[in-house]
Design a protein around this ligand. Structure first.
Ligand SMILES: C[S@@+](CC[C@H](N)C(=O)[O-])C[C@H]1O[C@@H](n2cnc3c(N)ncnc32)[C@H](O)[C@@H]1O
Length: 231
């Protein structure tokens, strides 16, 4: 049996986070700098709010929402706003620094709870009305994509939805495709997995219990995938 402290102090960080994303998520001064909506907006070529709105369009007042990883900027505040004070937002992250940053950001919202957690092996079992997985899958190796996609589906209540927003293979003519390829090669090597396979395909056999809808945005560079569990 293993015991986890709520902020993850003493937990071992996954290799991919330490080797590939140390600068982005584990370096305190840089994390404070990056954790701003304007930065997220710039990284997503001005599409951050539109993509957040896609998630919010699937969420209603009073719902329970599971967010498997922290997101820079005000994504979680907006989700907490959409569910209101009768709802419940559970945010988890595998990096203690991110748990603490997110806790601070949400401190005035009693419907939001933040704790340490591994999206590939969540401790939660109670089903949620919604799962909101925002730009997590492209940052993890392929075996972890499988574990996370399946784990997220397992947390969805009958009739509930998992919403995945992430990168997607842009159309052939997309003017940013060569640049994004270079960015991925240098900084985000696991993102290519989302150019090659559908999120539904990463999720394994449980995917069959869901109906899937995918819409792409910004010339196909981004995808919004909604998996609805059959009642
Ligand atoms: C959601 S993703 C990317 C979000 C996006 N780039 C943004 O704007 O912040 C970033 C977070 O995922 C977390 N993370 C990575 N692997 C995880 C895992 N297995 N379980 C939970 N959190 C994880 C990282 O610690 C980081 O805080």
């Amino acid at each position: 049996m293993s015991f986890h402290s709520a902020d993850g102090a003493g937990e071992v960080l996954p290799d991919y986070l330490r080797t590939v994303y140390n600068w982005a998520y584990l370096t305190p001064w840089l994390a404070s700098l990056l954790d701003r909506q304007v930065v997220v907006q710039a990284i997503l070529w001005g599409n951050a709010q539109k993509l957040i709105d896609e998630v919010l369009s699937e969420i209603g007042p009073g719902q329970s929402v599971f967010q498997p990883a922290a997101v820079y900027g005000d994504f979680s505040r907006q989700v907490a706003g959409a569910i209101g004070d009768r709802g419940r937002l559970e945010v988890r992250d595998i990096a203690p620094l991110q748990v603490n940053l997110t806790r601070r950001k949400l401190a005035d919202l009693p419907q939001a709870h933040v704790a340490w957690g591994d999206a590939g092996a969540p401790a939660e079992t109670a089903p949620f009305d919604r799962v909101a997985c925002f730009f997590l899958l492209h940052e993890v190796p392929d075996d972890m994509k499988k574990r996370i996609a399946a784990a997220m589906l397992s947390l969805v209540a009958p009739g509930g939805k998992a919403v995945f927003v992430d990168y997607h293979r842009p159309r052939r003519w997309h003017p940013l495709k060569p640049l994004m390829r270079k960015v991925f090669e240098r900084l985000e090597p696991f993102a290519f997995g989302l150019w090659e396979r559908e999120i539904e395909a990463w999720a394994g056999p449980l995917a069959e219990d869901f109906t899937w809808r995918k819409r792409t945005r910004f010339g196909g560079l981004y995808q919004v995938v909604v998996a609805e569990r059959r009642p």
